[in-house]
Design a protein around this ligand. Structure first.
Ligand SMILES: Cc1cc2nc3c(=O)[nH]c(=O)nc-3n(C[C@H](O)[C@H](O)[C@H](O)COP(=O)(O)OP(=O)(O)OC[C@H]3O[C@@H](n4cnc5c(N)ncnc54)[C@H](O)[C@@H]3O)c2cc1C
Length: 438
């Protein structure tokens, strides 16, 4: 008979949430297994994107001394509003963006995730890569371990932390949520990482040197009127450019994601940035955008769920990794408490939700709970308003030698030709409600 493989904690998924939960539980002396389906942590992971120092330093106060594989700090950030042939740039640099340390750093997950996992392994966590968790093992209705795709691959633990990412098949299997990912609440993001010499990146984006970087949310023509956003991030010597729109919009419009991305890359204000660049990576990944509205139940007897699997993403602010790290930590603290009490019941694991409700993860997701419905119902914010903004700014700054009363009337007409005034007012009220949650 094969020996029973027993740990104190099993973590499914070696991404941001999983490796965080692993570090915290292992640090406490618990015997922790992280089961990751990829060849190694990060092999399956893909994002824009920026990581946030506030979350990383909460796990490792000496984070920067550990020489993490980060790319450029984000010293300039904001929105670019694209029309078909123009752009309004609203970005900020200096001031509060110039914090010490700077909060946002661009990273490549293929490099960062293995490193993040190494930190957890150094705390004592045991990684089992190339292994898919397929189901749970139950005793008296309680989760007491997981089944994997390995022969004799059952792994036991009185508490399992599910950090499986956006494809939350195990979370569904456990009955914590009663539906598959919803196509109107899930975006498909496609991205290219294009190598461009650092000096060209700096010259083309007006960055003083390679110690400066950009994170830009791109709105308007990039999503072809569909609910979604584009992005631009600078790594040391590459540009990360992508666009994410809901699966539902792609299905309805039959626009192919790679055509959408190609169109973005050919935009007159994007194409020159990547001229003579070399394609390094091309990939796609889902983003759970339902937030609060698609959050599963977070715990049951013997298990908790954290990160994308629990819909913990604020897509408007590109916050996902920090939510995953924070939730991974809170799930870990709850697992530690459960071990102290030797009680792994839902009653004890409910402490995970109580902890999260005190933090920005719950507060923000609750506040933004109307956002994905708002974007779905207000495509004007992806088309009418970015186009109007381009016209309005262009006219304002070229209205030389014209009576300004007439100029303002002309600008106003540019809006009302596209959207009746009362509807525009309604849109702004709806936007305000979606942001404030009131
Ligand atoms: C294009 C794009 C841009 C983004 N930009 C940003 C950004 O700028 N800033 C930001 O903070 N967030 C961003 N995000 C969101 C962020 O990437 C996620 O919120 C974050 O990675 C979630 O972490 P996680 O640990 O929950 O999931 P993941 O990091 O996805 O990790 C899940 C892990 O579980 C493994 N796994 C899954 N199922 C199983 C199984 N059954 N058995 C074993 N292993 C399994 C996977 O292989 C994976 O390693 C972006 C996302 C995308 C797609």
């Amino acid at each position: 008979m094969t020996e029973k493989i027993q740990f104190d904690v099993v973590i499914v998924g070696g991404g941001m949430a999983g490796s965080t939960a692993a570090a915290i539980t292992a640090r406490e002396g618990l015997n922790v297994a992280v089961i990751e389906r990829g060849q190694k942590p990060g092999a399956k992971n893909y994002f824009g994107g920026a990581l946030y120092t506030h979350a990383l330093q909460e796990i490792y106060p000496d984070f920067f001394d550990r020489r993490p594989p980060l790319e450029r700090p984000v010293t300039e950030t904001g929105f670019w509003f694209l029309s078909e042939d123009g752009v309004v740039k609203m970005t900020v640099q200096g001031g509060v963006v110039d914090n010490d340390p700077i909060d946002a750093y661009v990273a490549l997950r293929a490099e960062f995730d293995p490193w993040w996992a190494e930190q957890a392994a150094a705390e004592g966590a045991f990684y089992i890569p190339k292994t898919l968790v397929t189901d749970f093992i139950y005793e008296d209705g309680k989760v007491i371990g997981v089944k994997t795709d390995r022969p004799d691959g059952d792994v036991y633990a009185p508490v399992v932390i599910i950090c499986e990412g956006v494809n939350n098949l195990l979370t569904q299997k456990l009955g914590l949520i009663d539906h598959d990912v919803l196509i109107n609440k899930t975006a498909l993001a496609v991205k290219q990482l294009i190598s461009v010499p650092a000096k060209d990146i700096n010259a083309r984006l007006g960055l003083p040197d390679s110690k400066h970087g950009m994170a830009i949310s791109v709105v308007g023509d990039v999503s072809m009127g569909m609910p979604g956003l584009g992005f631009l991030y600078t790594t040391s010597s590459a540009l990360s450019l992508g666009v994410g729109v809901t699966l539902e919009a792609l299905q309805e419009t039959q626009i192919k994601p790679y055509e959408l991305l190609q169109r973005y890359l050919e935009h007159p204000f994007i194409a020159p940035l990547i001229e003579d660049g070399q394609l390094m990576e091309y990939g796609a990944h889902l983003i759970p955008e339902g937030g609060w509205t698609t959050m599963p139940k977070l715990y049951t007897d013997g298990a908790m769920v954290a990160g994308d699997a629990a819909s913990m993403v604020n897509a408007i602010h590109w916050e996902g990794t920090n939510m995953a790290i924070t939730a991974g930590k809170q799930a870990a603290l709850t697992a530690i408490e459960a071990h102290r009490k030797n009680d792994f019941s839902a009653k004890t694991l409910a402490g995970y939700q109580d902890r999260l409700s005190e933090l920005f993860v719950f507060k923000d997701l609750k506040q933004y709970r109307k956002m994905s419905a708002f974007l779905e119902n207000h495509p004007e914010f992806m088309s009418v308003y970015p186009n109007f903004l381009n016209d309005a700014m262009g006219m304002f700054f070229t209205g030389f030698g014209k009576p300004k009363r007439k100029l303002y009337k002309d600008i106003f007409r540019k809006l009302t030709e596209r959207r009746p005034l009362f509807k525009a007012v309604g849109d702004m009220v709806a936007f305000g409600r979606a942001v404030t949650g009131i």
